[in-house]
Design a protein around this ligand. Structure first.
Ligand SMILES: Cc1cc2nc3c(=O)[nH]c(=O)nc-3n(C[C@H](O)[C@H](O)[C@H](O)COP(=O)(O)OP(=O)(O)OC[C@H]3O[C@@H](n4cnc5c(N)ncnc54)[C@H](O)[C@@H]3O)c2cc1C
Length: 549
């Protein structure tokens, strides 16, 4: 409890943002759940929303970032141990995420579970993004593991369990398991064919063909994961391997951490550089088909990047609204100043569009994973993955800067992590870079749109715009011709327009008419370079009312 000072009274500062249900306060997200997974019980999301909104969890997020992981290469007697030590708050957050089924639990649950998990992941990411990296990779690795049936049989129960178990034990002995991925090397991250790590066949085992891997990985996040999917070259080309941290007999696999990365943000999460000499890796899928195999995991982490940024945006907006509703300038609350209302409503509009896009992608993942929705959902998943990853993540950094500015100087000040806005801002660029940076995503979209059925799936989704807004219809009509003529240099331009049209079409279905109209006016009829340019006639009151936490 603050105590009074002798020199002045502290007033006109906002209160701490705590003691609320973050799911209840996220109206656009709740609307998406109702429309996209109506059979889902949302009570667990309210429980999670209350936990994330309480001061204790926010304190854990602060501590996990202020006390980043440390590499401990040797024990005190000089034996190589390669431990990474985390603050207790990190472990508490990991346990909470697992308990809420944010890791691989949906793979063992009925339809709709991926959508509910996406909502939980989005909310959690707004409060602490670092622990969401291993959480996401564990979710994403699980279906890719099916290509080695024996490993899958032993590991999928632990991956799907709503439990976190950091003990260094062989996988099948643990209550809960986590996994990571090792693709990027010094000479290339986007171009995985350039991988130089190599694998030589060693022996047949109960888990199938075991190889010895030699080489390095330049980015290797969550090195304390129980296993990683990794790429290495065989004579047939890049191949995917399952590389556990501990071998089935309990001994350490031959993987050495060289150091942890010193990163702009994402401080709670460890990202390592590793080398390996004769590490055991079990074949997953076919030799020479490793890139396609590991990208089965990569497409799901791309979903989580987009969900994560939508979550960061939402949390930054909630903090901005909370502050502006309490802070007065020139005789009025900030939230009542016409120009600030425009800025906040424009940010709220961005969250509406981002939430709709990422949740629709999650619904396509859910449907196609359960064989529902036929070809359309599968094609939509192919289309929406690069679009959501490109556009939502790309908008995040601009968004974070503007939300921070709503708090004035306080937004920029970290105060030992008590001011979370700076942390949110530092997280923003990361989702755009890892798992396929912006250009790679725009080029992937171009490839997707030129593959069988995807352009048709796009046209079907955009059907919702028919007769709804002439500008959107006109823009949509240009797409087939532009797609034919588009060379790589124009891929971002195409990606932006496809993203905006899809967001408009989704908002027409998922949000009130006033939100759709504002989106078309401010994103289709005019380019949104700087936030706060909603044209006259937009229903600012509606946008703010839906956004208030
Ligand atoms: C904090 C952090 C954690 C990470 N964790 C992991 C991990 O756990 N596992 C893992 O495998 N990787 C990880 N990565 C690596 C990440 O996925 C790569 O950095 C990313 O894929 C880009 O690869 P690169 O760094 O080699 O850059 P490059 O491939 O050199 O790309 C540089 C730039 O060139 C652009 N570009 C690439 N190809 C083209 C093209 N054809 N045309 C036009 N532009 C192009 C890219 O969009 C990018 O902007 C992590 C990265 C970070 C920052």
């Amino acid at each position: 409890m603050p105590y009074p000072t002798a020199t002045h009274e502290v007033f006109n500062q906002s209160t701490e943002f705590a003691g609320m249900d973050l799911f209840a306060g996220h109206r656009p997200l709740r609307d998406c759940l109702i429309a996209l997974a109506p059979e889902q019980d949302t009570a667990p999301l309210h429980v999670l929303g209350c936990e994330l909104g309480n001061a204790e969890v926010q304190q854990q997020a602060r501590l996990a970032n202020r006390h980043p992981p440390r590499h401990r290469p040797f024990d005190r007697n000089g034996r190589r141990v390669d431990e990474v030590e985390f603050h207790a708050a990190y472990h508490a957050l990991m346990a909470r995420a697992a308990a809420h089924g944010l890791q691989a639990a949906p793979w063992a649950r009925p339809p709709g579970a991926h959508v509910a998990r996406a909502a939980g992941f989005l909310l959690f990411n707004g409060v602490e993004a670092g622990v969401m990296c291993p959480t996401s990779m564990s979710y994403a690795a699980t279906p890719a593991l099916r290509a080695n049936a024996a490993v899958y049989a032993d590991w999928s129960p632990g991956l799907s369990a709503p439990a976190y178990d950091p003990r260094p034990l062989p996988g099948p002995q643990k209550a809960g398991l986590t996994m990571g991925m090792g693709m990027t090397e010094k000479q290339g991250g986007s171009d995985l064919r350039a991988n130089t790590s190599r694998a030589a066949f060693d022996q047949e085992t109960p888990w199938g063909r075991c190889y010895r891997l030699t080489g390095h990985k330049w980015f290797f996040s969550a090195p304390m994961s129980d296993a990683h999917l990794m790429l290495a070259q065989t004579t047939a080309g890049p191949t995917c391997f399952f590389v556990p941290r501990l071998l089935p007999d309990g001994s350490r696999n031959a993987l050495q951490i060289q150091r942890l990365k010193d990163k702009l943000g994402n401080h709670a999460n460890a990202s390592a550089e590793v080398e390996f000499d004769g590490a055991c890796g079990w074949l997953v899928g076919d030799e020479g088909r490793g890139i396609a195999q590991i990208l089965e995991m990569g497409t799901l982490t791309r979903l989580d990047c987009a969900l994560g940024t939508a979550g960061l945006m939402r949390h930054a907006l909630a903090l901005a609204l909370h502050h502006c509703a309490q802070r007065s300038v020139f005789g009025k609350r900030l939230i009542d100043q016409p120009l600030m209302r425009n800025v906040l409503a424009d940010l709220a509009l961005e969250v509406e569009g981002a939430t709709a896009l990422v949740m629709r992608l999650a619904a396509a993942v859910d449907a196609s994973s359960h064989g529902r929705g036929g070809e359309h959902e599968a094609q939509l998943r192919r289309l929406l993955t690069p679009i959501a990853k490109f556009w939502v993540c790309k908008r995040g950094s601009y968004f974070g800067q503007e939300a921070m500015e709503c708090l004035g100087g306080n937004g920029y000040v970290e105060d030992d992590g008590h001011g979370p806005m700076a942390r949110l801002y530092r997280e923003m660029p990361l989702n755009s870079i890892w798992e396929g940076a912006g250009n790679v995503m725009a080029l992937d979209l171009l490839r997707a749109l030129r593959s069988v059925g995807v352009a048709e799936a796009l046209a079907r989704e955009l059907y919702a715009l028919r007769g709804a807004h002439s500008g959107a219809e006109a823009l949509a009509a240009t797409l087939p011709d532009r797609l034919q003529r588009c060379d790589e240099s124009q891929a971002r331009r195409l990606a932006r327009d496809v993203a905006l049209l899809l967001q408009a079409a989704l908002l027409r279905r998922l949000a009130p008419e006033g939100v759709f109209a504002a989106f078309c006016a401010a994103r289709i009829d005019a380019a949104s370079d700087v936030f706060g340019q909603l044209p006259p006639g937009c229903d600012v009151g509606l946008l703010l009312e839906r956004a208030m936490p």
